[in-house]
Design a protein around this ligand. Structure first.
Ligand code: HEM
Length: 145
């Protein structure tokens, strides 16, 4: 597992979580515009979209909710297992994670503008990868079985 998040990162992420939640839909909409420029990534979602049009909101909402609870990660067990199951069903792999990071972080800046400072985005980047590493590890275990 990745090294623990620093107290400073946790504080920065927590401090901005309310603003991100307030603008959640704008951020998720922007994030998916950016993400789906990549046709291979888009195809992962196209198949699944038959089932759920709500997905764009869910993925980013999960990331935002995670950030809000970043100082009590033990509460994450149930949701994490569910995400892992969906990801394995839809074929999400390690190599897809950078695309979401590269879509989410600029989307935060697009929406929050100068309020999203470099320091804040760096903290969010760290927090994203901390969660991503947990998911990637569990997904690789599931694929190996
Ligand atoms: C830290 C990163 C991520 C988080 C927190 C996250 C979160 C979620 C959540 C909450 C769901 C819905 C689970 C449910 O059905 O309740 C989901 C499903 C899904 N995610 Fe992720 N995800 C992440 C990364 C990714 C990446 C990198 C990809 C691929 C580019 C991806 C693609 C998908 C797909 C295709 C689904 C299923 C869509 C559907 O059910 O219609 N996710 N994810």
């Amino acid at each position: 597992m990745s090294k623990p998040l620093s107290a400073e990162t946790i504080a920065l992420v927590k401090a901005t979580a309310p603003a991100l939640q307030q603008h959640g839909v704008a951020i998720t909409t922007r994030m998916y515009e950016r993400l789906f420029v990549n046709e291979d990534v888009k195809a992962l979602f196209d198949q699944a979209a038959q089932e759920s049009g709500e997905q764009p909101k869910r993925l980013a909402a999960a990331i935002l909710a995670y950030a809000q609870n970043i100082d009590k990660l033990e509460a994450l067990g149930g949701p994490v297992e569910r995400i892992v199951t969906r990801h394995v069903e839809t074929g999400v792999k390690r190599e897809h994670y950078p695309y979401v990071a590269e879509a989410l972080l600029p989307a935060i800046r697009d929406v929050l503008k100068e309020a999203a400072t470099d320091e804040i985005l760096a903290a969010w980047g760290e927090a994203y990868w901390f969660l991503a590493d947990i998911l990637i590890g569990k997904e690789e275990e599931a694929y190996a079985q």
